[in-house]
Structure formats: structure tokens, C-alpha cells
Design a protein around this ligand. Structure first.
Ligand SMILES: Nc1ncnc2c1ncn2[C@@H]1O[C@H](COP(=O)(O)OP(=O)(O)O)[C@@H](O)[C@H]1O
Ligand SMILES: [Mg+2]
Length: 509
């Protein structure tokens, strides 16, 4: 009972803040809500702030006001343009994850708690906070024993408990929403919040970030033009992460890059290159590659930092992704279409030719044009329109990949407005295709398959029976899948969810 009241109070506070920014039932979508609610919305909207901004911008401002859990919710929503629409996702992606720092004394207490020793026994020159975000803040220091410079990231005090409370309220709101409307139910809000919780749980354990940093360091080691910080494991715990300090210029500090005469064109290419290399060759990629998370060091190497949000792709997805890009580069739309069908992204009753035609409409306008002439977000919007048209089931990791691609494109375009993204992508994609799909790889696979076949030959009769069963299950599954995929309507979703939050807040009061 008490938690219900508590949750409701939280939802009500959120509803109020959203309303004050006209982000609860945005006027742009109000016409989709039933008339009485529309009237209520007009009243709530009176005197709302930021009237000239887009709905997504207003939502982002409200989320920043509402604190860490909402910032995470917004960032998470930004990774799903396939659900919430491209414009809103884009506006939310610009959400500023900056918060006032917590006091240095508290940071020191956290370190002492984690390692059972006073900070001065572990570090010297422990600095005041240098950057603070919703989940953690960073300090600069030196290791006491070796004198090496390090960055120390520390979780906000009690952030886990605070996040848990807000997420419980989200969950309650999502359940109310889910039972309120079929349209909303199709968006699976409860599952959405569950996934958000799971991804936040990873960010709330800095050992996971340390693991990611270490893995990316290994991946980048092959490229002498890049680097990632080394993890200092003895000074890393759930709430504290200690990594090598990277001395250099942040890629967001454009003026300083200029002053140091950094070759911007080469850097832009390198950004594209390392993204594709991680995604294709390693299947593990930094999914937050904005300019603030990249540093050019004293030797001109590009360093990645901040490994809180990562993406992982299995081999099939990687191959599909490479094939898709390669299809665009080589203008072989039929091949790209086949890849989509063969991967099961599109159900077989659609026409391959028509899908190829839709892809051609996306790809042809891009040929021979550089970044300055192409609006990549519009291209992606068009791609999502195509996926909607063909009831395509996008896997979340593929959406995260596409989203990261847009960020990467933005950074490289900022560095070199004339960059030709296709040309920049070609070498990595081509060599991946050659290595993983080329004749040598095929021969390797054949050899492995033959060896396996020899192993299993004696068990063959049993397998035949199993395969028969599986085939039956599969076709049954396919029949079920043929029910049309939900068409997501941002307006309806935003409007209705907002209304129900408001109503729930009112009734549970
Ligand atoms: N290894 C490092 N070397 C140099 N500066 C760092 C390092 N790690 C973090 N920083 C600085 O601290 C800031 C915040 O750290 P970051 O890991 O990006 O945390 P957040 O998740 O809050 O963005 C960075 O933008 C950068 O200025
Ligand atoms: Mg960062």
C-alpha cells in the first residue's frame, strides 16, 4: 500500500513536470486523444514552458529536470527509433547527461568503503570532480605506488536505491498503461521498462564497464592509430572504476584540435573505421561514440573512453549487416533484399523484388554524394519507413547499431563536412566480406562442416527424426508469426500514455 502511494506520488510528480513542459499530451498529438482528455490536456498545457520547441526537445528538458532515472529512460528511448519514431529519438539522443557533482568528501568515502583503505593510501593528487553525469562522476588522480595518472569514476551515492524506486514507479505506470489500451499493449511498455532496467543494471556495476574497456582495448590493439585506457583492476570495484588517464584533446574541443593541427579528414575516416572494425570484426562495439567520449592523444592516436553502453552482435547479424552495407555500396539492391529475406527479417510472403525496389529508392540518391549533401537521419528515417512497410522485425541490437552509426556519422561529418561515408566504410566492409564470406572462408567452412558430418554420421537416423520434429515446430511458429506486425504510432502512444499517467496519478492519489 505504502509503495503504491509512493509510486503514485512519483508518477504524479513526473506527470506534473511533463505537463509543465507540454510533453505530457503534446499539442502536436493532442488531436489523437479522446475529446475529454484533449480538453484536459489543453488546461494542463496552459502556461507550459518552451512552447516553440519540438515535442522531443520539450520531453528531453522535462526528463533532465526529473533526474537520473528519467535521463536513462530518455537515452534508452533514443536507441529505439523503430518504436518511438525518428524525430523524437533524435531529440532525446541530444539529452544532456550532465548533473551537478556530488561533494569530493563523499567520493572519498565511496573509495574507502570499496577498498577498506583511506584514499590517500591509494591515490595522490586526488582531484575535485572533473565531470558529473546522472549515474557517476569522474575524478583525476595518481596511483600512490607508481605515480601513473588515472581517471577514477565513482557511482553517485545511493544511486542504485534511487533508480530502483523510480523504476518501480515506471513499472507500475507501464502496467496501468498496458491494461488501458490495446495500442499501448502492442508497444509492450512493461517489457520496455524491463529491458531498460536490465541495461541500467549493467551501467550500475562499474566492473562491467571495466570488462568492456578491457575487451575494446584488446580489439583496438590491432590498429596502431587507436587506443583505449588500461583498466587498473585492483582499484576497480562495483562502485569504483580506475583506468589509465588519457592525456590529450577531446574530439568535442574543436578549436583545440584545430590549433594542434590535427588532420581532421584522416580523423573522420578513422572514426568510421574503428566503429566498423569493432562492429564487424569483433561483434562488440562502443555504442556511445559521441565526440565527448573520444580523445586524440599526444601522438595523434584516437582513444575511446566511457564504456557504459555497449552493443554485441552475433556472427549472423554481423554478416547480415556487412551484406546490407555492401549491397548499398555496390548498388546491388537485389542482393541486399535477399540478405534480409534469408535472415528472416522479412516474412516470405512479401516480394523480394519490391523490397529491392524500396532499397533502391533509399540507396540511389546517396550515390556519389558526400556527407554535406546527404542528410543521414533522413536516410535512416526512410529505411525505417521501409521496414514498417514490409513488417520487418528489427532486432534491438541491430537498431542500436544503426543508431550508433548515425552518431558516428555525425562526429565524422563534424570533423570533415565533405566526408563520403560510403567511401570511408568500403575498405573495412570489403575486407570483412572477403574474409568471412569469400572463397577462402567458404572453403574453411566446408572443411569444418565435413569434419562435423563425419562425426555425426553414426547418429544420423536419430537426427533425421529430430529435424522432422523441428521442421514441424518451425512451420507452426511461422504460421503464428504471420499475424501482422504492430504498426507503431508515436502520436497515439505518447498521447495515450501521457493521459493514462495523468489519470492514474489522479485516481491513485
Ligand atoms: N581515461 C580517461 N582519460 C582522460 N579523461 C577521462 C578518462 N575517463 C574519463 N575522462 C573524463 O571524464 C569525463 C567523464 O567520463 P566518462 O567515462 O565519459 O563518464 P560519463 O559516463 O559520465 O560520460 C570524460 O568526458 C572525460 O573528460
Ligand atoms: Mg562520457
Amino acid at each position: 500500500m505504502l509503495t503504491a502511494i509512493n509510486d503514485t506520488a512519483r508518477i504524479a510528480r513526473a506527470g506534473w513536470t511533463l505537463a509543465r513542459h507540454d510533453a505530457l499530451i503534446p499539442r502536436e498529438y493532442a488531436h489523437l486523444a479522446p475529446a475529454p482528455l484533449n480538453a484536459l490536456a489543453s488546461v494542463l498545457r496552459l502556461g507550459a514552458a518552451n512552447g516553440t520547441k519540438r515535442p522531443g526537445e520539450r520531453l528531453a528538458i522535462a526528463f533532465e529536470r526529473l533526474g537520473p532515472a528519467y535521463v536513462k529512460l530518455g537515452q534508452f528511448m533514443a536507441t529505439r527509433p523503430d518504436i518511438i519514431g525518428f524525430e523524437l529519438a533524435d531529440d532525446l539522443a541530444r539529452l544532456q547527461d550532465k548533473m551537478p557533482p556530488f561533494p569530493e568528501a563523499e567520493a572519498r568515502r565511496e573509495i574507502e568503503k570499496a577498498f577498506g583503505k583511506p584514499v590517500d593510501d591509494l591515490f595522490t593528487d586526488f582531484s575535485a570532480p572533473i565531470a558529473a553525469a546522472s549515474i557517476a562522476q569522474a575524478h583525476k588522480a595518481r596511483l600512490k605506488d607508481s605515480g601513473e595518472e588515472v581517471a577514477v569514476k565513482i557511482l553517485r551515492p545511493e544511486i542504485e536505491q534511487k533508480a530502483a524506486r523510480e523504476f518501480r514507479a515506471f513499472d507500475r505506470a507501464a502496467r496501468v498503461l498496458q491494461s488501458a489500451s490495446k495500442t499501448i499493449r502492442r508497444m509492450e511498455p512493461v517489457k520496455f521498462i524491463e529491458t531498460l532496467k536490465a541495461s541500467a543494471a549493467i551501467e550500475l556495476d562499474l566492473r562491467m564497464e571495466a570488462g568492456a574497456a578491457s575487451e575494446i582495448k584488446e580489439i583496438l590493439a590491432a590498429n596502431p592509430k587507436t587506443r583505449a585506457p588500461k583498466v587498473h583492476w585492483p582499484l576497480t570495484a562495483r562502485r569504483v572504476l580506475t583506468v589509465e588517464w588519457i592525456d590529450g584533446v577531446s574530439v568535442s574541443d574543436f578549436a583545440e584540435l584545430e590549433r594542434q593541427g590535427v588532420d581532421r579528414k584522416a580523423l573522420a575516416n578513422l572514426v568510421v573505421d574503428i566503429f566498423l572494425d569493432q562492429a564487424l570484426n569483433a561483434g562488440f562495439f562502443h555504442a556511445d561514440m559521441h565526440q565527448g567520449n573520444m580523445i586524440v592523444d599526444g601522438e595523434g592516436r584516437l582513444a575511446l573512453i566511457d564504456f557504459g553502453i555497449m552493443g554485441r552482435l552475433d556472427e549472423d547479424t554481423r554478416r547480415t549487416f556487412a551484406e546490407i552495407i555492401y549491397g548499398f555500396i555496390s548498388r546491388n539492391y537485389r542482393r541486399t533484399a535477399d540478405v534480409h529475406f534469408d535472415a528472416g527479417y522479412i516474412s516470405p510472403e512479401h516480394s523480394r523484388e519490391e523490397f529491392a525496389q524500396a532499397l533502391r529508392a533509399v540507396g540511389e540518391p546517396l550515390q556519389g554524394r558526400n556527407a554535406a549533401q546527404v542528410d543521414m537521419s533522413r536516410v535512416l528515417q526512410q529505411l525505417f519507413d521501409v521496414t514498417d512497410l514490409f513488417d520487418m522485425h528489427l532486432r534491438p541490437e541491430l537498431v542500436l547499431l544503426q543508431r550508433t552509426m548515425v552518431t558516428v556519422e555525425g562526429v565524422s561529418r563534424m570533423l570533415d563536412p565533405e566526408i563520403d561515408m560510403w567511401a570511408a566504410a568500403t575498405p573495412t566492409v570489403k575486407s570483412y566480406i572477403e574474409n568471412s564470406l569469400g572463397p577462402r572462408a567458404q572453403a574453411e567452412k566446408l572443411r569444418a562442416a565435413t569434419r562435423k558430418a563425419m562425426d555425426v554420421a553414426p547418429k544420423l537416423p536419430h537426427y533425421v527424426e529430430e529435424i522432422g520434429k523441428a521442421a514441424e515446430e518451425f512451420s507452426a511458429m511461422r504460421r503464428e508469426e504471420k499475424t501482422p506486425a504492430p504498426r507503431h504510432n508515436l502520436g497515439v502512444w505518447l498521447g495515450l500514455s501521457a493521459v493514462v499517467i495523468a489519470a492514474a496519478a489522479f485516481f491513485f492519489r
